[in-house]
Design a protein around this ligand. Sequence first.
Ligand SMILES: [Zn+2]
Ligand SMILES: [Zn+2]
Length: 301
Amino acid sequence: MNTDPGTLKITLLGTGMPKPNINAFGTATMIEAGQERVLIDCGRGTVIRMSQMGFATGHTDTLILSHYHSDHYAGIFDLLMTGTMQHPHSNRGGPLHVYGPPGVTDIADGAWIATRPDRNIRVADHEIDPEHMRIIPHEYSEGVVYEKNGLKIIAIEVDHGEFIDIAYGFRVEYNGHVFVHSHDTRYNENLIAQAHDADVFVHEVAGAPADLMAENQKVKLVIDHHATPAEVGRVFARTKPRLAMLTHLVLLPPDEFTIDMVMADLAEEYDGIVLVAEDLMTIEIGKNISVIPYNHGARPG
Ligand SMILES: [Zn+2]
Ligand SMILES: [Zn+2]
């Protein structure tokens, strides 16, 4: 553990996609910098992953959503509702602030109605403050979404497909350190333009064999919303991060596109080191960059 207070700490809680998978939950990334704690995206199982890292459900009261595919916010009810309980494992102690593109008000309004039955029971039992079960919506557009105590989170408009209006990646800055996460996007010039000088650049990727794409419209449609391995290689080659990493691997069956195939295609465009993200991996950007897997050195339990 890096004890330098100027360290930017990132925990990849979920690195998966919509397909349920015990090893790769929906996207969720905890950002910690000094006293600041911000969660970006809240996919399926986020609260479970938080508890594995020793984070109470109320570890943060700030959530930023990249876009509205379910694998990026399906876990929000658990975070919202369980976080109200006054136990060491919860204890948010206030409403949940959710920053999102247009649509975030619908989530806040809908959640207030959908959580009412649970809220009524717990209020009757004098268990919670009902206001803690409220989402305070903050609509954002491209630019600075969050800036506090030296932590700056900048939304970068990306391109997640023709009909997906609208999706963002993020540039996180703290104490001279830079972390960039593409979230879901195709090859995108705006992201490349704003991903300069990154210490760590995490990019999504999707692949399918060429013949499968040619004959299967469904596969082609999915791949069209994402970046191919060669495209991601080009993104890394143009932005030159100190460390490049892949996440949100959409490797489509039935003829699965393997990780070896991803790396081979990517290597056509990029000759640097590329890591593959996994759930519960911690990235610390301080004096050096350390990437610590959850089961480091066969962690007990
Ligand atoms: Zn996704
Ligand atoms: Zn998406």
